[in-house]
Write a protein that binds this ligand. Sequence first.
Ligand code: ADP
Ligand code: MG
Length: 251
Amino acid sequence: MTNRVELRNVSKTFGEVKALQNVDFILGENEVVGLLGDNGAGKSTLIKIITGYYQPDEGEMYLNGQKVDDLTVPKARKMGIETVYQERALAELQTLWRNIFLGRELINRAGFLKIKEMKQETHRLMVQSMGFTSAAVSPDSPIRTFSGGEKQGVAIVRALYFDADIIILDEPTMGLSLKETRRLLDFVRGIKEVGKAAVFIDHNIFHVYSVADRVVVIDRGKVAGEFVTKDISLDDLMDKMYRVAETGFLS
Ligand SMILES: Nc1ncnc2c1ncn2[C@@H]1O[C@H](COP(=O)(O)OP(=O)(O)O)[C@@H](O)[C@H]1O
Ligand SMILES: [Mg+2]
């Protein structure tokens, strides 16, 4: 089994700030890894290295077992990495089906858009993958009418549909309602069910614990420890997080 992502001894500095120091990180083939850590711990920097947004100053990165140098965002996307941000750019004025197929439209041999197929496919995805039951939401609905959670759903479904193997979620529940958050967490569990892998960052330890197979704790740019979720109770994990906050160590 090949790891989807492997970072070895990765460091990244911004001026005086050592955002990451000698970080080793693994994302398995069909695994959801949760990243926990305080503000400024280096979580976003770590995933921005995986998505090609930043290049590490030191260390090596492997994607699907292949060593990659000079990764860029388009290159990462080609290698099957999709990112779902809270502020993920959806085309607000466009319809749902347009957004689902944005930049990857189905085209027939004569070069025309296969609109009917794209709308049908959008409908199927809405019902099967997104769990949209609201009659107000159709393939022709403009995205701007969607709730925050529904927009996240669209972004995740795009990632699933377009064969991303690695889905990165950086604080995706920020600003979502309780109900939307629940749906989002279901989406994340769905990522596993279709055999893909994800890195999930969230401030809320309950969210991370409820979706992650493994939790990696980052503190001041270093990996402070990691846990297999099923081997640790939520209470114990919370205790350990408090201890990291106080001492910088896990014990
Ligand atoms: N582009 C940047 N320029 C300067 N400093 C940065 C930049 N990105 C991140 N940092 C700094 O690196 C550290 C880690 O940031 P970040 O990875 O965003 O943390 P987290 O996502 O865990 O909150 C912080 O001290 C942050 O201020
Ligand atoms: Mg962050």
